[in-house]
Design a protein around this ligand. Structure first.
Ligand SMILES: Nc1ncnc2c1ncn2[C@@H]1O[C@H](COP(=O)(O)OP(=O)(O)O)[C@@H](O)[C@H]1O
Ligand SMILES: [Mg+2]
Length: 329
């Protein structure tokens, strides 16, 4: 049975259309005009226990709205969510016992307290058994390198240090599901890698189900096996990450380092020239239309090839093309 079931989920926000000036102010009070924004527009998915799901899409696609409904913070306009067999917004306290959540840079730690005191409060709140608390604390301190931070006040931590503590706090009560909405925003690459490793390790050890939204697609490349791609409130892809890349990213970009060019290369069989100068030639081609050997043979009639750098399409490249309308999901 899936751990999360989402059926025909819709969220429409009702916003008062504000009119300027004193007249507008009274009009707003007496007879307000409303606008409606449908942020999530009929989505369906199931998630099995232990999955690592990347929930992605452009700004405003409806990711955070979905996460807020899954955590029970927002009530759906229509449709149904079952997480751990519970309707999250109806049983928020029960739901909270099973989940952990990080929302961008909002903190769940107590600002003026040393980190360890926040952890102790979380232990009390969630009634975490002593041995489990100790085990988790030790393990998390090791992976996230929290040793020197535990006695520091949260307000004195850097962004990266705070987020590492935040992630530990989120997983401390061994939640079955963790929702991470932009946990790596603004962090440097080392902290990001540290957090990614933590998520992967804990997922493996405890079968924690993780839903991750992020604008850094390297997070997704590294952590997630499955992606759900949201566009204007609707799911346009849901499946294995690798399959997504195989389907939409069949192309390769190759840079040839060249010398002694006899004339400009204006055209190549089954490849598009992206950039060309005296020292390099960058081309894009499809796996199933030509091969690197064929291109080498063709290019070497124009110049001498010194070296080749090959880059397979990355998630980021493919998504950019999908947003531009090059591919239809
Ligand atoms: N509290 C709100 N009131 C009104 N509109 C909102 C609110 N929160 C989000 N929206 C709108 O809903 C849409 C989806 O937003 P959001 O779920 O935050 O997207 P994402 O997280 O994918 O960037 C956007 O058009 C956004 O402006
Ligand atoms: Mg968001």
């Amino acid at each position: 049975m899936p751990i999360i079931e989402v059926k025909d989920l819709v969220k429409t926000y009702k916003i008062i259309e504000k009119e300027d000036g004193i007249k507008g102010y009274f009009k707003n009070l007496i007879k307000p005009k409303y606008n409606y924004v449908t942020a999530v527009n009929g989505i369906n998915f199931n998630i099995e226990e232990g999955e690592l799901v990347g929930y992605i899409g452009e700004n405003g696609a409806g990711k955070s709205t979905t996460i807020k409904m899954l955590t029970g913070l927002l009530t759906p306009t229509s449709g149904k969510i079952l997480a751990n067999g519970i309707v999250p917004n109806e049983k928020r306290i029960e739901n909270n016992k099973n989940i952990g959540a990080v929302f961008g840079q909002k903190t769940q730690l107590w600002w003026d307290l040393p980190v360890i005191e926040s952890f102790r409060l979380i232990k009390k709140m969630y009634k975490i058994p002593e041995n489990e608390y100790r085990k988790n604390l030790k393990r998390f301190t090791d992976i996230l390198d929290l040793g020197d931070l535990l006695e520091k006040q949260v307000k004195n931590l850097s962004l990266g240090q705070k987020m590492r503590c935040e992630i530990a706090a989120t997983f401390l009560h061994s939640p079955k599901i963790v929702y991470l909405d932009e946990p790596t925003i603004g962090l440097d690459v080392f902290v990001k890698e540290n957090i990614r490793k933590f998520i992967k390790d804990i997922n493996k050890e405890k079968k924690t189900t993780v839903i991750l939204t992020t604008h850094d697609l390297n997070d997704i490349e590294d952590v997630c096996d499955r992606i759900i791609l949201l566009d204007k409130g609707q799911i346009i892809y849901d499946g294995e990450k690798q399959k997504f890349k195989d389907t939409y990213g069949k192309y390769v970009i190759a840079e040839f380092i060249i010398n002694s060019k006899k004339k400009n290369i204006s055209n190549l069989d089954n490849a598009i020239i992206l950039e060309e100068n005296e020292k390099s030639l960058k081309v894009k081609f499809m796996h199933d239309e030509t091969t690197i050997i064929k291109l080498m043979n063709e290019i070497s009639t124009y110049c001498i090839i010194d070296d080749i750098h090959i880059k397979e399409a990355e998630l980021e490249d493919i998504l950019k093309e999908i947003y531009k309308g090059v591919h239809k999901c």
